[in-house]
Design a protein around this ligand. Structure first.
Ligand SMILES: C[S@@+](CC[C@H](N)C(=O)[O-])C[C@H]1O[C@@H](n2cnc3c(N)ncnc32)[C@H](O)[C@@H]1O
Length: 199
């Protein structure tokens, strides 16, 4: 599997902070509550740096398709109770995870890939388990539209992102029988953190 993030991995987090300050980290962590006794499934977590401050509470699985990102995550989250996996997530333990974290990863996937992943997630979560989504939504003004277009072009060139548009997360999740229970907006609603529960 080719690692499309090998070039970006060493400075991905600094670049994100340079452009968005700590807003994306805030979006990823806003809904984090007491994680002790919970099993967490993190998909496409990147370098994991934004989870480092509470890593002692993290237990579960971390899946990445970038070897460079996974290697950074192993080092940044070395004191967590997570196990680290290179590749595409496939369910091994049905009904096992209390929370699934999808942070800035669905916008890199085609709609069919998102639907397939949700199928695997549905099998993996406990009854009452939740998806925690944080991602870019529709830009809200001209500046954001220009920024968004530039970011998509950058990621399509540097990391071979497959899509040129934002997924309709809400339509896809509702179609898979998920119901949104909470939401918090960042960067003037360009970025949202959401919690989804199975109907
Ligand atoms: C835009 S980066 C975001 C990284 C991190 N979530 C963050 O917020 O900083 C997307 C990450 O998702 C990973 N990724 C993309 N598709 C994936 C998949 N199907 N399974 C696991 N990881 C995936 C990429 O390798 C990359 O590290």
């Amino acid at each position: 599997m080719k690692d499309h993030y090998s070039f970006l991995a060493p400075f991905y987090n600094q670049l994100s902070k340079l452009i968005f300050d700590d807003q994306l980290m805030q979006a990823k962590t806003y809904f984090v509550e007491d994680l002790s006794n919970k099993k967490i499934l993190i998909i496409g977590g990147g370098d994991g740096l934004d989870y480092q401050s509470f890593q002692a509470q993290l237990s579960g699985e971390y899946w990445e398709i970038s070897k460079a990102m996974l290697s950074k995550a192993k080092s940044n989250l070395g004191e967590s109770g997570l196990s680290f996996h290179l590749g595409y997530y496939q369910v091994e333990k049905e009904g096992f995870f209390d929370e699934v974290w999808l942070h800035f990863v669905l916008d890199t996937m085609r709609d069919e890939e998102i639907a397939n992943l949700l199928g695997e997630i549905s099998k993996s979560i406990t009854p009452g388990g939740r998806i925690y989504l944080a991602d870019f939504f529709a830009p809200q003004n001209t500046f954001q539209r220009i920024m968004h277009r530039s970011m998509i072009t950058f990621f399509r060139i540097i990391t071979q992102h497959k899509r040129a548009s934002i997924p309709d997360y809400e339509e896809i999740l509702v179609a898979d029988n998920w119901k949104k229970s909470s939401e918090k907006e960042y960067v003037k609603a360009w970025v949202k953190a959401q919690v989804w529960e199975k109907n």
